[in-house]
Design a protein around this ligand. Structure first.
Ligand code: G
Ligand code: G
Ligand code: MN
Ligand code: NA
Length: 256
């Protein structure tokens, strides 16, 4: 596979960049933190979508070195921002962990080492895990999630509602945040029934002591609806696209 070979080279040549998408506190309208999203800017291929190369990197195992780089780079950047912008509460950074990384044997050691090396405030790092990563073996997954939590970091469940997680297990996962998948948020415009679904997901999360991030907010109307439903956080093009560091700092300098 040519893409796989090119990916291997790209990791060596450091052709990746992290973009950061703001996550907004819906009570204060302030930036509460960011989600790191990887981008591949290839001299040969140009801008390659992660929707294309993340699946290939997962199948090939290249997500392990790539994922390590993403974690290291994200932690390093957040430590810099904590020095540069002294927000109270401090900015959070969410970093996606792929299913393959979740079953990596030395995951805990690897994460711990990066946290120590960068000296980042551990409370401010949140790993995003999908339902599919944890439903293979529930007891094993819970043990692993507990170990990640014991490192001092936070956890969120990404794309909630699209996977297979059984509601009967959800309360056993030591998850801090539920991210309501964009498909539900977008469909709120279509009918009151879809809004009721989002409302129910938010209530479910709150009853389990989780806070909620609504993803994929593209319209102002969605913001008001979500505020009325007591959703804590929002993310989406309405607020900002994912941005490279310099553009994000411009945004912060304009809005803080
Ligand atoms: O950023 P964008 O919407 O184009 O991302 C497309 C897909 O790639 C999404 O499913 C997203 O979760 C995934 N993705 C983007 N960045 C990362 C990353 O840093 N790590 C992992 N594992 N997946 C990512
Ligand atoms: O799978 P995950 O939720 O991590 O992926 C997030 C992806 O969603 C990113 O690739 C990001 O670029 C994309 N995204 C973020 N906000 C919006 C939005 O408002 N609309 C759409 N269509 N995509 C978004
Ligand atoms: Mn995510
Ligand atoms: Na998501």
């Amino acid at each position: 596979l040519q893409l796989e070979a090119d990916l291997r080279e790209a990791i060596k040549n450091q052709e990746f960049q992290l973009y950061y998408q703001p996550i907004i506190d819906l009570k204060t309208n302030q930036i509460a933190g960011f989600e790191a999203l990887v981008r591949w800017i290839s001299p040969q291929r140009g801008f390659v979508s992660p929707g294309e190369f993340i699946p290939v990197s997962e199948e090939s195992g290249l997500i392990i070195p790539l994922g390590e780089w993403i974690l290291l780079e994200g932690c390093r950047q957040l430590a810099i921002w904590h020095q540069k912008y002294c927000q109270n509460p401090p900015f959070m950074l969410s970093i996606n962990l792929s299913t393959r990384q979740f079953s990596q044997v030395n995951l805990i050691e690897c994460v711990d080492q990066i946290l120590t090396e960068t000296g980042v405030d551990r409370n401010c790092i949140k790993l995003e895990i999908t339902e599919s990563a944890i439903m293979d073996d529930v007891d094993e997954a819970i043990a692993l999630l507990e170990q990640l939590k014991s490192l001092g970091i936070k956890l969120s469940m990404d794309d909630f509602g699209t996977g297979y997680s059984s509601l009967s297990y959800l309360h056993r996962f030591p998850i801090d945040t539920l991210k309501v998948d964009q498909s539900f948020v977008r469909r709120m415009d279509d009918s009151q029934q879809n809004t009721e679904i989002v409302k129910t997901i938010i209530m479910l999360g709150h009853n389990l002591n989780m806070d909620i991030v609504a993803e994929g907010i593209e319209a102002e109307g969605n913001v008001q609806t979500l505020k009325n439903l007591n959703c804590e956080y929002g993310q989406g093009y309405f607020f900002s696209k994912p941005l490279p560091v310099t553009a994000l700092e411009d945004l912060l300098n304009r809005t803080l």
